[in-house]
Design a protein around this ligand. Structure first.
Ligand code: ADP
Ligand code: MG
Length: 245
């Protein structure tokens, strides 16, 4: 108890392109406590996605340490990383990344396939999470039959279905209009209040204002780390600031 959910120490990631080395991350040290809602900001190319991929155990650092939930994961093999990823982390992407030709319900069931959970129970769990995101009546729709906001809500349900400790979201509102983006933030704030730690990349301050803490990246380094005293509430914003049709 009391230790951070995640901690990176001097995290470095170099990419080799031909004979050149691109240092995408130049030593990033950050701690995130359980229950935090963190926004990562910074210009394009500043290393945000590279950092998120490392946090998500999708990639391995060139140097430095990454402690997730008490485990040093920086030196694990790819298959060990996949295991941790499946148990502890939910992902949300800008482009939703749902499987096409697969219903909302089946998309949400997918992360449960790796476990030993019986089929009926998988289905019950997925239905319950779809209800949590307000999409019970869309469970048999294909992604192409859903709006962008609805697709992202399916993706959020899929990210949550395994009860992850950590949700990582890279520009989750980037393909949505402002109002729908705020609705998505409202959902994320709700799940954060229920205890899920969230780290979210955005370049829009309109979106970052819903987070409790803002990390600022530039040129592969952390140049700002600010706790927000009084983050905006997305639920209220989506009521009051919605443009009239
Ligand atoms: P951001 O998400 O903040 O826009 P990225 O993490 O995607 O930034 O990129 C950081 C830097 O690393 C950029 O200079 C980018 O060109 C470089 N980079 C990212 N991914 C790769 C890759 N797979 N190969 C080579 N260079 C990369
Ligand atoms: Mg990026």
């Amino acid at each position: 108890m009391g230790d951070p959910l995640l901690k990176t120490e001097g995290l470095v990631r170099d990419y080799h392109v031909g004979s050149q080395v691109v240092r995408a991350l130049g030593g990033v040290s950050i701690e995130v406590e359980r229950g935090e809602f963190v926004a990562v900001m910074g210009p394009s190319g500043s290393g945000k996605s590279t950092y998120m991929n490392l946090l998500g155990c999708l990639d391995k650092p060139t140097a430095g340490r990454y402690i997730l939930d008490g485990d040093d994961v920086s030196s694990l093999s790819r298959s060990q990383l996949a295991h941790i990823r499946n148990r502890k982390i939910g992902f949300i992407f800008q482009t939703f990344n749902l499987l096409p030709r697969t219903t909302a319900l089946e998309n949400v069931t997918l992360p449960l396939m790796y476990g030993e959970i019986p089929r009926r129970e998988r289905r019950k769990k997925a239905e319950a999470v779809l209800e949590d995101v307000g999409l019970s009546d869309r469970s048999h729709h294909l992604p192409t039959q859903l709006s962008g906001g609805e697709q992202q809500r399916v993706a959020i349900a899929r990210a949550l279905v395994n009860n992850p400790a950590l949700i990582l979201a890279d520009e989750p509102t980037g393909n949505l209009d402002t109002r729908t983006g705020i609705e998505i933030m409202s959902l994320l704030q709700r799940f954060n209040r229920q205890g899920v730690t969230i780290v979210l990349v955005t370049h829009e301050s309109e979106i970052a204002r819903f987070a409790q803490r803002i990390l600022l990246f530039r040129d592969g380094r952390l140049i700002g780390d600010e706790i927000m005293k009084d983050p905006a509430e997305a639920e209220k914003s989506s009521d009051t600031e919605a443009p009239s049709p």
